[in-house]
Ligand binder design. Structure first.
Ligand code: NOJ
Length: 757
């Protein structure tokens, strides 16, 4: 025993010593390089440009890129991919610039590179961090095979406002789950060795609080207390930093009145000094320049502000490139500030192995062998099926039988483009599987009738707005009445109707906020007409955010939330509908009943006048709608059923160093195998500050055969009870706690324990 301990100590000492030596080697290499660099070349390293062939997300793209690369005035490039293009740019840098410093190549690889996985909000509904890590690993392999070494992911912004279109890009409303997913994604992208040719540097974004934009309007002001930040919004970013993320992207919004990109407290005091972040910080697209509009001064002032705050790389805006020299002369910035930023960018390149071999990620033979492989597509199919959430299933409408006639209806049923969802920058719709194709692949024996039934929208101006990157979302010129009638006729001839409705891909994502979360266009009328046919109806939703669908919940016997499920969406949806995969997804964002309830999230605080039912006056409720969401956080059904026994605690008291275990027996009471995510929540009943009514503190995904029973055990220690108090100290406080275990955040068993110190 003693010997094992000694060996472990020696090993970790050796590992630490090796890390220190390689760190020292890196520092020495970078210092020697920097000693040869002119001021202009150092500032050049801080300049990140996009030649505009990717997806420009601001109003400008970079000009004179080639010339600037030759002059050593570019540190990195983003928005291009493919070994040819990247080789050209890298050759310019390492052959024609004075010091031959390689460029770093980035891209928005958000939910896959060319094999597209479900949008991150969908992915998070799998509650499967191993699976999510695998998607990031595959994305890293594909991206690096395409010449890239840096990806702008994970996006870990907590979002509780589905009006905000970017809710699709993150993992929902919960900091605990969000942190686990952040860690998994960083691991998946970066692996254990960043210098390998198939790992890439991750970039956690958008630091910070971007998901809390007022009124859900993108880029809008955020304003929140530090205590809320620390407890509810910052944990996923910190988890990414703890997992060793190589870079951080600053957000567009302000924090405490100072835009994140120029916020010294955020980028230096918190991120580097408190959290110990060692990588580099890049701005978001022109977010340095945007501080002018925020009212922080002219370009030279805001660029100096950003550098002094701790920003290292300026995305597209060229404020650093064009003003820092003069700011240095004027004493507005110091040589050390420029050197520090330059050093951090060069260190990233060193960690990626680019100084050893600038062409490390550029290999023309890789794309064919490693991108969109059958294996990757299979992984996308499995992942997509595991991300889907069964919201309702009455009268065993699902799974469908592989016989008879099915009417497949809806604007998204025979569509290849929208399923890729937002931020599928390199996704290719010609490679994606439509639902109609998926049905043929999985249930070829079924007779299928098809009718479009409606457009996603009938409004041409709106269709244009939701197609910013290409051909406008197609509008069928027929009237809604004609299209609905055609669908009703098809339904009349079928045994079952499957309607695939929802949003266009770009109705969620960046700059895609909505004030109405209804099904757009005439899709609701279509569904209501289908309900009237009296035929069994399955509604499949394809969307990037919660929709307000209480009417649908009342009318449709079966509803599946499929999200934008990626390249293999059609096959995966068919797998779920025909029962090849028994759905197991659980929501990571509450579905409001109407927009007026927003923000609505499970881990809220209690009020002094909590609502407990009835129609009382002077309670915290609404006159016109219940307080509860339509579907709560953690909710999702299966084709089988699970029951939970009462919770058994090993003891009723936790002490520091003396955890307790909570055990519950879960039984599959249906007649098919299924997976269940068992969720553990805790409530701190009395505190020095108010505490949420429930907080997720653990979950386990288990598989149970029909009739099988499993014991699920959670260990709860003093550490799990900690939170940031009003002095922002991370503490636990003795007293009474409630513990809940259940199938979602609403339907739980309850027990109690004490913390003593
Ligand atoms: C703006 C977006 O906010 C960010 O998420 C993205 O990574 C950059 N544009 C680069 O495309």
């Amino acid at each position: 025993m003693r010997r094992t301990v000694l060996t472990i100590v020696t090993l970790s000492f050796l590992l630490q010593a090796t890390a220190q030596t390689s760190d020292a080697k890196m520092k020495a290499y970078v210092a020697s390089l920097m000693s040869k660099m002119t001021l202009d070349e150092k500032i050049g390293q801080l300049n990140l440009v996009t030649p505009g062939s990717g997806v420009p997300t601001g109003s400008v793209v970079s000009r004179g890129v080639e010339d600037n690369i030759r002059k050593g005035r570019v540190g990195g490039l983003f928005g291009i991919f493919g070994p040819d293009k990247i080789r050209q740019a890298q050759t310019l840098a390492v052959k024609e610039s004075r010091l031959h410093i390689p460029l770093i190549f980035g891209l928005d690889v958000i939910h896959g590179h060319k094999t597209i996985f479900p949008v991150p909000l969908g992915l998070s509904c799998s509650w499967d961090t191993t699976l999510i890590e695998r998607t990031a690993r595959i994305a890293a392999i594909e991206a690096s095979a395409d010449g890239l070494c840096w990806v702008y992911s994970p996006m870990v912004d907590i979002a509780r406002d589905p009006r905000w279109g970017r809710i699709a890009e993150g993992s929902g409303e919960d900091p605990y789950l969000g942190s686990k997913i952040a860690r998994a994604m960083v691991k998946g992208y970066q692996g254990t060795d960043l210098s390998k040719d198939n790992t890439v540097m991750a970039c956690v974004k958008h630091f910070a609080l971007y998901g809390a934009a007022e009124a859900g309007r993108d880029y809008n002001t955020t304003d929140m207390s530090r205590i809320r930040m620390y407890n509810e919004y910052l944990p996923p970013y910190k988890a990414a930093v703890d997992a060793g993320v190589g870079s951080v992207m600053s957000s567009f919004n302000e924090i405490d009145g100072i835009p994140a990109t120029g916020n010294h407290w955020l980028l230096t005091e918190l991120l580097r000094n408190k959290w110990g972040f060692k990588g580099f910080v890049v701005s978001d697209y022109t977010s340095v320049n945007e501080m002018i509009a925020h009212g922080m001064g002219d370009l030279s002032t805001v660029s100096a502000l950003a550098l002094k705050a701790g920003l290292d790389m300026d995305m597209v805006g060229e404020g650093f490139l064009t003003t820092l020299q003069n700011s240095l002369k004027a004493g507005k910035v110091t040589p050390k500030e420029i050197n520090d930023a330059c050093q951090r960018v060069l260190e990233a390149k060193y960690k990626l192995g680019l100084f050893d071999d600038p062409f490390r990620y550029i290999n023309e033979s890789r794309p064919d062998k490693e991108i969109l492989t059958a294996q990757n597509r299979q992984a996308a199919r499995e992942t997509a099926a595991r991300s889907m959430v069964l919201l309702k299933n009455e009268r065993q409408t699902l799974p469908l039988k592989k016989s008879g006639t099915i009417a497949l209806i809806g604007p998204l049923a025979d569509n290849h483009a929208e399923m890729l969802g937002t931020w599928a920058v390199s996704g290719d719709k010609t490679k994606s599987v439509s639902i109609q194709e998926g049905f043929k692949n999985v249930a070829g024996s079924v007779q299928m009738l098809f009718a479009k039934g409606s457009n996603i929208t009938d409004d041409t101006a709106f269709a244009k707005r939701i197609s910013p990157f290409g051909k406008p979302t197609e509008i069928d010129p027929r009237t809604p009445e004609v299209m609905i009638q055609e669908a009703v006729d098809a339904a009349g001839k079928a045994d079952v109707v499957v309607a695939v409705v929802g949003e266009a891909a770009e109705m969620s994502g960046e700059s895609s906020s909505r004030t109405s979360l209804d099904l757009p266009g005439s899709q609701r009328r279509l569904i209501e007409a289908l309900v009237k046919t009296g035929k069994p109806l399955v509604v499949v939703l394809m969307n990037g955010r919660p929709l307000t669908i209480p009417w649908l919940d009342e009318q449709a016997p079966a509803i599946v939330e499929a999200w934008f499920a990626g390249t293999e969406a059609g096959n995966a949806i068919a797998d779920v509908l025909f029962g090849s995969y028994n759905p197991s997804g659980k929501l990571t964002t509450s579905f409001p009943r109407n927009v007026g309830q927003i923000p609505i999230y499970y881990n809220h605080k209690n009020t002094g006048r909590p609502y407990e039912g009835g129609n009382p006056k002077f309670k915290s409720d609404y006159l016109d709608v219940d307080n509860s969401p339509l579907y709560p956080f953690g909710y999702g059904l299966s084709y089988t059923t699970f029951t939970y026994d009462t919770i058994q605690l090993s003891q009723n008291t936790i002490r520091p160093g003396q955890p307790i275990t909570a055990t519950v027996l879960v039984k599959n009471t249906g007649n098919m195998a299924g997976e269940e995510t068992v969720q553990l929540y805790i409530r701190d009943l009395v505190g020095s500050v108010t505490r949420p009514v429930k907080e997720l503190k653990g979950f386990q995904k288990i598989k149970l055969n029909a009739g099988e029973m499993k014991k699920v055990e959670f260990t709860i220690s003093e550490n799990d009870l900690r939170f940031y108090n009003s002095e922002l100290k991370y503490v636990s406080e003795p007293g009474e706690f409630k513990l809940f275990i259940g199938t979602n955040s609403r339907d739980v068993k309850e027990a109690g324990f004490r913390l003593e110190k």
